[in-house]
Every structure is written in C-alpha cells, then in structure tokens.
Design a binder for this molecule. Structure first.
Ligand SMILES: [Zn+2]
Length: 203
C-alpha cells in the first residue's frame, strides 16, 4: 500500500494543522480514532461541532461567550467596575485572573500578541476595538496583563504608547511572574500579588 486511504490521510492532515502537533503525533491520533471504541467518536465529533456553533466571542471584550449571548458574563454584570480594563492575551487568562478574586473591572482579550517574526501586527489581534473602547471615554485605567514574554512585553509597550496620549493611566502587572511564563499557569497567590503590585507605566 503506497498511500494511506484518503479518509485517514485527511484526518492526519487535519490534526497536523493543530498547534504543537507534528506528523508523528497526528498519525498516532488518527490511528487512535480509527481504533477507538464507538462511543468516544460521536462525543468528540459533537464537542467539535458544539465548540464552533454554540460558542462565540463577546462583542465588547472578545472573551468566550455562549453564541446566544452577545455579551459575556463579565460585560453583562452591572456590579463590575467599568472604568478599569485589564488587557490579556487569551480567554484562559481571564479565567486565571477571575480565580484570584482580586479584580472587579472589565477585560479585553487580544487573541494573541504582536510578533514581527510571525508576521502578527496590530491589525491581526483585537487592538483596534480596545482603542475604540479607550476613546469612548469613561476608562481611567488600563492594566496590561499580557504574558511576561518578549512578545507580551512588546505588545504592552505598543499599547502603552497608544493609550497614554488619551490621558488613561496605564499599568503593567508586577514582575512577580516568572519571565517567559504563561498567566494561565500562574498560581492564584502570585497572580494576585502581580495585580496588586502593578506598576504605573504612564510616568
Ligand atoms: Zn465581555
């Protein structure tokens, strides 16, 4: 057999397009699916369908929300402080910060970071909508909570330069987080301290 049957090859190709999956893992996953007992596959198919059809992104902050709700739980909560926006890279970072119970403001999810190497510029992530929120007024502080990585820092610096002229106080999470780490994996104590000790970038 020179070639794999087309359906199997298609599945391998599909897995290979996922981040962090190389050809060997893709093939192993595809063969696992092929050999797996019946009940698991419909569950997987249904989960894949549901995550694309039943979920969407909040119209204000781009956090994950049920597709039937245009606004996420946080944006639709009248008890949240609307003068403060915490900017994060991914929806999982919102969860990590929410678990600390140390922040009662709003969020903005960028869905990525600036990365000249990977060709990701300001128009490729949700920077424009953030600027629109900032310009609409009523925002007194923006907390830049991008990851303490090279790209996270570069993104924070870029946003800082664009937000300061609007008269907004811009702060950055304190350096308690290990450099190169991901917010979503930080423990609650470290994250709370980083939030409490956030530093003013304005001056
Ligand atoms: Zn929202």
């Amino acid at each position: 057999m020179a070639n794999l049957p087309e359906p199997l090859q298609n599945l391998i190709d599909a897995f290979e397009r996922l981040p962090g999956i190389g050809p060997k893992t893709a093939a192993r996953l595809a063969f696992f699916i092929l050999n797996t007992p019946e009940p698991m596959t419909p569950d997987l198919v249904e989960s894949l369908r549901s995550v694309k059809q039943d979920l969407g992104f909040c119209e204000i902050c781009f956090n994950i929300t049920l597709a039937v709700n245009p606004l996420c739980e946080i944006c639709s909560d009248p008890r949240r402080n609307r003068t403060s926006i915490c900017v994060v890279e991914e929806p999982l970072d919102v969860l990590a910060l929410e678990r600390t119970n140390a922040f009662n403001g709003m969020y903005h999810v960028l869905h990525g970071v600036l990365s000249p190497i990977e060709g990701i510029g300001p128009d490729d992530i949700k920077i424009q909508p953030l600027m629109e929120r900032a310009r609409t007024g009523g925002i007194t502080e923006v907390i830049l909570a991008t990851n303490p990585s090279m790209e996270g820092d570069a993104t924070a610096l870029y946003l800082h330069q664009r937000l300061v002229p609007l008269g907004i106080k811009v702060t950055r999470l304190a350096r308690g987080l290990p450099v190169g780490s991901d917010l979503e994996y930080a423990d609650q104590g470290t994250l709370s301290r980083a939030l409490a000790g956030r530093q003013d970038m304005t001056s």
